[in-house]
Write a protein that binds this ligand. Structure first.
Ligand SMILES: [Zn+2]
Length: 382
Protein backbone atom coordinates (compact mmCIF):
# COMPACT_ATOMS: atom_id res chain seq x y z
CA UNK A 1 0.00 0.00 0.00
CA UNK A 2 1.24 3.46 -0.84
CA UNK A 3 1.25 6.24 1.67
CA UNK A 4 2.32 9.84 1.27
CA UNK A 5 3.95 12.02 3.89
CA UNK A 6 3.84 15.75 3.46
CA UNK A 7 6.55 17.97 4.95
CA UNK A 8 6.91 21.66 5.10
CA UNK A 9 10.50 22.77 4.36
CA UNK A 10 12.27 25.71 5.93
CA UNK A 11 15.41 26.27 3.89
CA UNK A 12 17.98 28.99 4.53
CA UNK A 13 18.55 31.61 1.83
CA UNK A 14 21.51 29.71 0.37
CA UNK A 15 19.70 26.40 0.58
CA UNK A 16 16.78 27.98 -1.17
CA UNK A 17 19.03 28.99 -4.05
CA UNK A 18 20.23 25.42 -4.38
CA UNK A 19 16.67 24.13 -4.25
CA UNK A 20 15.57 26.60 -6.89
CA UNK A 21 18.32 25.60 -9.24
CA UNK A 22 17.65 21.90 -8.58
CA UNK A 23 13.96 22.34 -9.36
CA UNK A 24 14.71 24.53 -12.31
CA UNK A 25 17.10 22.00 -13.80
CA UNK A 26 14.57 19.23 -13.13
CA UNK A 27 11.99 21.24 -15.05
CA UNK A 28 14.48 21.73 -17.87
CA UNK A 29 15.09 17.98 -18.00
CA UNK A 30 11.34 17.33 -17.93
CA UNK A 31 10.72 19.68 -20.84
CA UNK A 32 13.60 18.30 -22.85
CA UNK A 33 12.31 14.77 -22.29
CA UNK A 34 8.91 15.80 -23.54
CA UNK A 35 10.49 17.41 -26.55
CA UNK A 36 12.44 14.26 -27.44
CA UNK A 37 9.40 12.01 -26.88
CA UNK A 38 7.07 14.25 -28.83
CA UNK A 39 9.52 14.48 -31.72
CA UNK A 40 9.85 10.69 -31.87
CA UNK A 41 6.11 10.25 -31.55
CA UNK A 42 5.22 12.54 -34.42
CA UNK A 43 7.91 11.04 -36.59
CA UNK A 44 6.31 7.67 -35.95
CA UNK A 45 9.37 6.12 -34.35
CA UNK A 46 8.44 6.14 -30.68
CA UNK A 47 10.62 3.82 -28.63
CA UNK A 48 10.89 3.56 -24.85
CA UNK A 49 14.61 2.96 -25.28
CA UNK A 50 14.98 6.22 -27.16
CA UNK A 51 18.63 7.21 -27.64
CA UNK A 52 17.81 10.88 -27.00
CA UNK A 53 16.59 9.99 -23.52
CA UNK A 54 19.89 8.27 -22.75
CA UNK A 55 21.76 11.33 -23.90
CA UNK A 56 19.66 13.52 -21.62
CA UNK A 57 20.30 11.17 -18.74
CA UNK A 58 24.05 11.37 -19.29
CA UNK A 59 23.89 15.14 -19.54
CA UNK A 60 21.70 15.68 -16.48
CA UNK A 61 23.17 13.09 -14.14
CA UNK A 62 26.09 15.44 -13.65
CA UNK A 63 23.78 18.32 -12.78
CA UNK A 64 21.06 16.58 -10.81
CA UNK A 65 22.79 13.41 -9.68
CA UNK A 66 22.06 10.11 -11.40
CA UNK A 67 19.32 9.00 -9.00
CA UNK A 68 17.32 12.21 -9.42
CA UNK A 69 17.76 12.24 -13.18
CA UNK A 70 16.57 8.65 -13.25
CA UNK A 71 13.51 9.43 -11.13
CA UNK A 72 12.51 12.28 -13.38
CA UNK A 73 12.87 10.10 -16.46
CA UNK A 74 10.76 7.42 -14.80
CA UNK A 75 8.08 9.92 -13.87
CA UNK A 76 8.09 11.30 -17.39
CA UNK A 77 7.70 7.78 -18.81
CA UNK A 78 4.68 7.28 -16.57
CA UNK A 79 3.14 10.45 -17.94
CA UNK A 80 3.68 9.19 -21.48
CA UNK A 81 2.25 5.82 -20.59
CA UNK A 82 -0.96 7.34 -19.33
CA UNK A 83 -1.03 9.48 -22.43
CA UNK A 84 -0.93 6.33 -24.55
CA UNK A 85 -3.62 4.72 -22.45
CA UNK A 86 -5.91 7.47 -23.65
CA UNK A 87 -5.07 7.04 -27.27
CA UNK A 88 -8.21 5.54 -28.59
CA UNK A 89 -11.04 7.08 -30.49
CA UNK A 90 -14.23 6.08 -32.20
CA UNK A 91 -15.35 7.42 -35.55
CA UNK A 92 -19.03 7.29 -36.45
CA UNK A 93 -19.91 5.21 -39.52
CA UNK A 94 -20.82 8.23 -41.66
CA UNK A 95 -17.66 10.19 -40.79
CA UNK A 96 -15.01 8.17 -42.58
CA UNK A 97 -14.47 6.23 -45.77
CA UNK A 98 -11.91 3.90 -47.25
CA UNK A 99 -10.58 4.86 -50.65
CA UNK A 100 -8.92 2.39 -52.94
CA UNK A 101 -6.59 3.75 -55.58
CA UNK A 102 -5.07 0.92 -57.56
CA UNK A 103 -3.78 -1.42 -54.91
CA UNK A 104 -3.27 1.35 -52.38
CA UNK A 105 -5.80 2.04 -49.70
CA UNK A 106 -6.45 5.21 -47.76
CA UNK A 107 -8.53 5.93 -44.73
CA UNK A 108 -10.21 9.31 -45.07
CA UNK A 109 -11.07 10.90 -41.76
CA UNK A 110 -12.46 14.26 -40.66
CA UNK A 111 -10.08 17.24 -40.52
CA UNK A 112 -8.71 16.42 -43.95
CA UNK A 113 -6.79 13.36 -42.81
CA UNK A 114 -6.03 10.86 -45.54
CA UNK A 115 -3.98 8.00 -44.13
CA UNK A 116 -2.36 5.21 -46.07
CA UNK A 117 -3.51 1.84 -44.73
CA UNK A 118 -2.05 -1.63 -44.95
CA UNK A 119 -3.79 -4.98 -44.83
CA UNK A 120 -6.50 -6.44 -46.97
CA UNK A 121 -10.15 -5.55 -46.61
CA UNK A 122 -11.42 -8.91 -45.50
CA UNK A 123 -15.06 -8.06 -45.02
CA UNK A 124 -17.14 -5.96 -47.29
CA UNK A 125 -20.59 -4.71 -46.57
CA UNK A 126 -22.35 -1.87 -44.84
CA UNK A 127 -19.72 -0.02 -42.89
CA UNK A 128 -20.15 0.42 -39.17
CA UNK A 129 -18.13 2.49 -36.76
CA UNK A 130 -14.38 2.64 -36.82
CA UNK A 131 -12.15 2.40 -33.79
CA UNK A 132 -8.68 3.77 -33.92
CA UNK A 133 -6.15 2.92 -31.29
CA UNK A 134 -2.47 3.15 -30.63
CA UNK A 135 -0.69 0.00 -29.51
CA UNK A 136 2.05 1.34 -27.32
CA UNK A 137 3.88 -1.99 -27.31
CA UNK A 138 4.10 -2.30 -31.03
CA UNK A 139 4.35 1.46 -31.48
CA UNK A 140 1.72 1.18 -34.18
CA UNK A 141 -1.68 2.58 -34.98
CA UNK A 142 -4.57 0.32 -35.74
CA UNK A 143 -8.09 0.86 -36.95
CA UNK A 144 -10.93 -1.57 -36.49
CA UNK A 145 -13.84 -1.21 -38.77
CA UNK A 146 -17.03 -3.08 -38.12
CA UNK A 147 -18.86 -4.16 -41.22
CA UNK A 148 -22.35 -5.53 -41.62
CA UNK A 149 -21.91 -8.72 -43.64
CA UNK A 150 -24.89 -10.51 -45.18
CA UNK A 151 -23.61 -14.04 -44.94
CA UNK A 152 -20.34 -14.94 -43.29
CA UNK A 153 -18.51 -17.51 -45.37
CA UNK A 154 -19.55 -20.80 -43.80
CA UNK A 155 -17.31 -23.00 -45.89
CA UNK A 156 -14.80 -23.78 -43.16
CA UNK A 157 -15.70 -26.56 -40.70
CA UNK A 158 -16.85 -25.53 -37.28
CA UNK A 159 -14.09 -25.18 -34.72
CA UNK A 160 -14.83 -23.82 -31.31
CA UNK A 161 -12.88 -22.02 -28.61
CA UNK A 162 -14.14 -22.18 -25.03
CA UNK A 163 -13.55 -19.27 -22.71
CA UNK A 164 -13.72 -18.74 -18.99
CA UNK A 165 -13.53 -15.11 -17.94
CA UNK A 166 -11.90 -14.10 -14.71
CA UNK A 167 -9.92 -11.49 -12.88
CA UNK A 168 -6.53 -13.05 -12.24
CA UNK A 169 -6.63 -14.57 -15.69
CA UNK A 170 -8.80 -12.36 -17.81
CA UNK A 171 -9.24 -14.96 -20.52
CA UNK A 172 -8.64 -18.67 -20.05
CA UNK A 173 -9.30 -20.68 -23.17
CA UNK A 174 -9.14 -24.03 -24.84
CA UNK A 175 -9.42 -24.37 -28.58
CA UNK A 176 -10.98 -27.62 -29.74
CA UNK A 177 -8.42 -30.19 -30.74
CA UNK A 178 -5.49 -28.47 -29.02
CA UNK A 179 -3.44 -30.11 -26.30
CA UNK A 180 -2.52 -26.74 -24.83
CA UNK A 181 -4.72 -24.31 -23.02
CA UNK A 182 -3.94 -20.63 -22.78
CA UNK A 183 -4.56 -17.82 -20.36
CA UNK A 184 -4.11 -14.08 -20.54
CA UNK A 185 -2.97 -12.75 -17.21
CA UNK A 186 -4.82 -9.85 -15.69
CA UNK A 187 -2.32 -9.32 -12.88
CA UNK A 188 -0.71 -6.10 -14.15
CA UNK A 189 -4.11 -4.66 -14.92
CA UNK A 190 -5.48 -5.75 -11.56
CA UNK A 191 -2.61 -4.07 -9.69
CA UNK A 192 -3.22 -0.85 -11.57
CA UNK A 193 -6.96 -1.11 -11.00
CA UNK A 194 -6.53 -1.62 -7.26
CA UNK A 195 -4.14 1.27 -6.98
CA UNK A 196 -6.66 3.63 -8.59
CA UNK A 197 -9.56 2.13 -6.61
CA UNK A 198 -7.72 2.88 -3.36
CA UNK A 199 -6.97 6.40 -4.53
CA UNK A 200 -10.66 6.95 -5.25
CA UNK A 201 -11.65 5.60 -1.81
CA UNK A 202 -9.03 7.77 -0.15
CA UNK A 203 -10.18 11.00 -1.79
CA UNK A 204 -13.81 10.07 -1.25
CA UNK A 205 -13.31 9.80 2.48
CA UNK A 206 -11.53 13.16 2.51
CA UNK A 207 -14.26 14.82 0.46
CA UNK A 208 -16.91 13.39 2.75
CA UNK A 209 -15.19 14.54 5.93
CA UNK A 210 -14.12 17.94 4.71
CA UNK A 211 -17.07 19.02 2.62
CA UNK A 212 -19.76 16.39 3.06
CA UNK A 213 -19.74 15.62 -0.67
CA UNK A 214 -19.45 12.32 -2.45
CA UNK A 215 -17.50 13.41 -5.44
CA UNK A 216 -15.02 16.02 -6.60
CA UNK A 217 -13.30 16.84 -9.85
CA UNK A 218 -10.28 14.84 -8.72
CA UNK A 219 -12.37 11.78 -7.86
CA UNK A 220 -14.11 11.91 -11.22
CA UNK A 221 -10.73 12.16 -12.88
CA UNK A 222 -9.54 8.99 -11.13
CA UNK A 223 -12.72 7.16 -12.09
CA UNK A 224 -12.14 8.11 -15.70
CA UNK A 225 -8.50 7.11 -15.55
CA UNK A 226 -9.36 3.75 -14.06
CA UNK A 227 -11.98 3.15 -16.73
CA UNK A 228 -9.70 4.12 -19.61
CA UNK A 229 -6.79 2.03 -18.39
CA UNK A 230 -9.08 -0.93 -17.90
CA UNK A 231 -10.52 -0.57 -21.37
CA UNK A 232 -7.17 -0.14 -23.04
CA UNK A 233 -5.80 -3.30 -21.41
CA UNK A 234 -8.94 -5.31 -22.17
CA UNK A 235 -8.97 -4.17 -25.79
CA UNK A 236 -5.39 -5.31 -26.22
CA UNK A 237 -5.93 -8.70 -24.58
CA UNK A 238 -9.18 -9.39 -26.40
CA UNK A 239 -7.66 -8.39 -29.72
CA UNK A 240 -4.69 -10.73 -29.24
CA UNK A 241 -6.89 -13.60 -28.19
CA UNK A 242 -9.33 -13.20 -31.08
CA UNK A 243 -6.47 -12.89 -33.56
CA UNK A 244 -5.04 -16.16 -32.23
CA UNK A 245 -8.45 -17.83 -32.63
CA UNK A 246 -8.68 -16.51 -36.16
CA UNK A 247 -5.26 -17.91 -37.03
CA UNK A 248 -6.23 -21.29 -35.61
CA UNK A 249 -9.35 -21.40 -37.77
CA UNK A 250 -11.85 -20.92 -34.94
CA UNK A 251 -15.37 -20.25 -36.17
CA UNK A 252 -17.16 -19.88 -32.86
CA UNK A 253 -16.14 -18.63 -29.42
CA UNK A 254 -18.19 -19.94 -26.52
CA UNK A 255 -18.01 -17.93 -23.34
CA UNK A 256 -19.22 -18.72 -19.86
CA UNK A 257 -21.51 -15.85 -18.96
CA UNK A 258 -20.24 -14.20 -15.82
CA UNK A 259 -22.34 -11.08 -15.90
CA UNK A 260 -23.72 -10.71 -12.42
CA UNK A 261 -22.10 -11.93 -9.25
CA UNK A 262 -20.33 -15.22 -8.99
CA UNK A 263 -21.40 -17.25 -6.01
CA UNK A 264 -20.31 -20.69 -6.96
CA UNK A 265 -16.82 -20.83 -5.59
CA UNK A 266 -14.37 -19.80 -2.95
CA UNK A 267 -14.13 -16.27 -4.27
CA UNK A 268 -16.54 -15.46 -1.50
CA UNK A 269 -14.14 -13.21 0.38
CA UNK A 270 -15.15 -9.57 0.58
CA UNK A 271 -12.29 -8.49 -1.64
CA UNK A 272 -13.16 -10.87 -4.44
CA UNK A 273 -16.84 -10.13 -4.19
CA UNK A 274 -15.99 -6.48 -4.59
CA UNK A 275 -13.88 -7.10 -7.66
CA UNK A 276 -16.60 -9.18 -9.19
CA UNK A 277 -19.16 -6.49 -8.56
CA UNK A 278 -17.18 -3.64 -10.02
CA UNK A 279 -14.95 -5.32 -12.55
CA UNK A 280 -16.67 -4.68 -15.81
CA UNK A 281 -17.33 -8.13 -17.26
CA UNK A 282 -20.01 -6.69 -19.48
CA UNK A 283 -17.39 -4.54 -21.18
CA UNK A 284 -15.10 -7.55 -21.68
CA UNK A 285 -17.94 -9.58 -23.19
CA UNK A 286 -19.02 -6.70 -25.44
CA UNK A 287 -15.44 -6.27 -26.66
CA UNK A 288 -15.14 -9.96 -27.30
CA UNK A 289 -18.33 -9.96 -29.36
CA UNK A 290 -17.35 -6.89 -31.40
CA UNK A 291 -13.75 -7.92 -31.99
CA UNK A 292 -14.71 -11.49 -32.91
CA UNK A 293 -17.34 -10.14 -35.28
CA UNK A 294 -14.64 -8.13 -37.04
CA UNK A 295 -12.77 -11.37 -37.63
CA UNK A 296 -15.92 -13.17 -38.77
CA UNK A 297 -16.15 -15.29 -35.62
CA UNK A 298 -19.42 -15.83 -33.74
CA UNK A 299 -19.63 -15.50 -29.99
CA UNK A 300 -22.12 -17.45 -27.93
CA UNK A 301 -22.73 -16.98 -24.23
CA UNK A 302 -23.61 -19.97 -22.10
CA UNK A 303 -24.71 -20.19 -18.49
CA UNK A 304 -22.03 -21.49 -16.18
CA UNK A 305 -23.55 -24.13 -13.94
CA UNK A 306 -21.19 -25.63 -11.41
CA UNK A 307 -18.52 -25.43 -14.04
CA UNK A 308 -15.83 -24.94 -11.49
CA UNK A 309 -16.75 -27.55 -8.92
CA UNK A 310 -16.46 -30.82 -10.85
CA UNK A 311 -13.50 -32.43 -12.54
CA UNK A 312 -13.79 -32.05 -16.31
CA UNK A 313 -12.17 -35.45 -16.88
CA UNK A 314 -14.08 -37.74 -14.53
CA UNK A 315 -17.01 -35.66 -13.29
CA UNK A 316 -16.11 -36.09 -9.63
CA UNK A 317 -16.84 -33.24 -7.27
CA UNK A 318 -13.49 -31.72 -6.44
CA UNK A 319 -12.41 -28.85 -4.29
CA UNK A 320 -10.69 -25.54 -4.65
CA UNK A 321 -7.33 -25.25 -3.06
CA UNK A 322 -5.20 -22.16 -2.64
CA UNK A 323 -4.25 -19.75 -5.41
CA UNK A 324 -6.78 -20.67 -8.05
CA UNK A 325 -6.08 -24.39 -8.03
CA UNK A 326 -8.56 -27.24 -8.13
CA UNK A 327 -8.03 -30.72 -6.79
CA UNK A 328 -9.78 -33.85 -8.05
CA UNK A 329 -9.66 -36.64 -5.43
CA UNK A 330 -10.37 -39.34 -8.00
CA UNK A 331 -7.77 -38.33 -10.57
CA UNK A 332 -5.53 -37.24 -7.67
CA UNK A 333 -4.54 -34.23 -9.71
CA UNK A 334 -4.15 -30.53 -9.13
CA UNK A 335 -5.43 -28.41 -11.99
CA UNK A 336 -5.75 -24.76 -12.77
CA UNK A 337 -9.22 -23.71 -11.56
CA UNK A 338 -9.93 -21.46 -14.55
CA UNK A 339 -9.08 -24.33 -16.87
CA UNK A 340 -11.53 -26.52 -14.98
CA UNK A 341 -14.20 -23.91 -15.65
CA UNK A 342 -13.27 -23.57 -19.29
CA UNK A 343 -13.09 -27.34 -19.99
CA UNK A 344 -16.42 -27.89 -18.26
CA UNK A 345 -18.00 -25.32 -20.54
CA UNK A 346 -16.52 -27.27 -23.46
CA UNK A 347 -17.88 -30.53 -22.07
CA UNK A 348 -21.30 -28.98 -21.57
CA UNK A 349 -21.28 -28.05 -25.26
CA UNK A 350 -20.44 -31.59 -26.30
CA UNK A 351 -16.78 -31.05 -27.11
CA UNK A 352 -14.44 -34.03 -26.87
CA UNK A 353 -11.76 -33.26 -24.35
CA UNK A 354 -8.46 -35.12 -24.85
CA UNK A 355 -8.04 -38.03 -22.50
CA UNK A 356 -5.90 -37.28 -19.52
CA UNK A 357 -2.68 -39.22 -19.44
CA UNK A 358 -1.42 -38.06 -16.11
CA UNK A 359 1.79 -39.99 -16.33
CA UNK A 360 2.79 -38.33 -19.55
CA UNK A 361 3.86 -34.72 -19.63
CA UNK A 362 1.44 -33.79 -22.39
CA UNK A 363 -1.54 -33.35 -20.17
CA UNK A 364 0.24 -30.73 -18.13
CA UNK A 365 -0.31 -28.40 -21.03
CA UNK A 366 -4.00 -28.96 -20.81
CA UNK A 367 -4.54 -28.50 -17.10
CA UNK A 368 -1.97 -25.73 -16.64
CA UNK A 369 -2.31 -23.01 -19.26
CA UNK A 370 0.48 -21.23 -21.05
CA UNK A 371 0.10 -17.79 -19.56
CA UNK A 372 0.28 -15.10 -22.18
CA UNK A 373 0.67 -11.68 -20.77
CA UNK A 374 -1.44 -9.62 -23.05
CA UNK A 375 0.19 -6.44 -21.85
CA UNK A 376 3.82 -7.29 -22.27
CA UNK A 377 5.66 -9.02 -25.02
CA UNK A 378 6.14 -12.69 -24.37
CA UNK A 379 7.47 -15.32 -26.76
CA UNK A 380 3.91 -16.38 -27.42
CA UNK A 381 2.41 -12.95 -27.69
CA UNK A 382 1.15 -12.01 -31.10
ZN1 LIG B 1 -11.10 -36.25 -12.00
Amino acid sequence: MKRVNKFRLRPTKEQEMVLFSLCEMSAVLWNKLNYVRRQAFFEGRFDWKEEGVNELYNEFKRILGSATAQQIIRKNNEAWRSFFALLMTIIRSDCYRIEEVGNKKYLVLPKGLRIRTAGEIKWRGKQGRLEIFYDDLAGRWYAYQSVEVDQPSATSPEKRAFVDLGVVNIITAWIEGERRTIAFSGKPLLADWWYLTRKIAHYQSIAKKANGVDTTKRIRKYYLKRKLRFRHAINTIVFRFVKLCYEKGVTKIIVGDVRGIRQNNDKGSKVNAMIHNFWNFKYIIDRLITTAENFGINVKLVKENHTSSVCPFCGTKGRRIKRGLFYCPKCEQVMNADIVGCLNIAKMCGAIIPNPSWRGRDNGGLTHPAVLNGLQTSPLAL
